[in-house]
Write a protein of this length. Sequence first.
Length: 374
Amino acid sequence: MCKIMCVVGTRPEVIKMAPLVHKISQSNQFELCLVTTGQHKEMVGQAMELFQLKADVDLEVMKAGQTLTSITSRVLDRLEPVMQAEQPSVVLVHGDTTTTLAASLAAFYQKVDIGHVEAGLRTYDKYAPYPEEMNRQLVSRLADWHFAPTELARENLLAENIDAKSIQVTGNTAIDCLNLTLKQHYSHELLERMNGHEFILVTVHRRENLGVNMEHIFSALLDILDYFPNIHILFPVHKNPVVRELAEQMLQNHPRIHLSEPLNTVDFHNIAYRSLLILTDSGGVQEEAPSLHKPVLVLRNQTERPEGVDAGVLKLVGTDRETIAQSVTALLTDERSYQQMACGINPYGDGQAAERIIRVLEQHYASAQAAGRE
Ligand code: UD1
Ligand code: UDP
């Protein structure tokens, strides 16, 4: 049977690969080998458990104060013998993390085909987001299959002379995932703690925002609470110690700010669905929120997901304290603008992305193997 190796390393990779991994494991045409690099430990563990995924191999690369170089070199070193032992026909990677790049390079060194899920996102700014923009551009050079979430992503790849036959527009698997998580009846201790008050959901973790940008963002949150005395803020804090330290220092004592551990994705999606709006620098949250009908103010100066900005469901507000506070105020005091953002159509997919990807893989790898046997 044809073996597919899926390599994940961070929270968003697990969440967005979960629908595809489920399909591969249910297929009678493929054997699955699920590898986690362990770039993230707790956050990957949380997501794997939630989606009932069990890694066949854990490279356990995470260490305190890890750098891009240390993650890359450890993944390269530890993946080589795994690939040699497992002999997959194709390795699937997702997105633009250090794990994504290192796993692609490891597969290339073994001359194994590479399928890139969520291919073709671009800012064309080498340092924003850093290092993700270069990671995904380099993976596009290495990959044999490019699963582009949108038509724009496909056009980006075509403009880089990538063979049209190797690109499939599939939608983003993030939207598939929402089908697994959203619940009509839902309660959570954090919602009870806010006692029915409206709340803004916040996530921040991007490398470009660590330091002074994050200080500006957190100051803006405090300003917003001053302007709106009945609103609360819920902030599930990333495990990155740099984010946690500043969040605790600047935000922890405010009675209407609720800092929590990272939420499992069922909780995150259901809580997001009950929020008033979302402030985030996350990539995945930009894709999910339009399906939850929540306006998203993006705490970045540029995005590789301009489809949502064009559709009017995302707005880039950057990291300037005043601009953030003013943008929230404008949205919360103008029902029409709020509704326009909340009611837009999600341009990132229809929940069928994993099905489209597996059909391509079946057509190519399972049929090739059958032909080989004849
Ligand atoms: C990485 C990805 C980024 C993605 C983000 C998702 C790269 C280059 N960037 O961010 O694209 O948006 O993950 O969250 O790969 N940590 C823990 N426990 C965990 C997870 C992280 O302690 O479960 C700590 C790590 O030890 C590290 C810090 O958090 O010190 C940041 O982790 P890292 O993998 O370096 O994240 P980023 O590169 O910032
Ligand atoms: N998410 C989660 N719990 C949280 C915050 C986010 O499960 O407390 C999910 C979110 O729904 C999305 C993904 O994590 O699917 C985004 O991951 P992250 O923001 O870490 O990375 P990015 O998408 O920016 O690469």
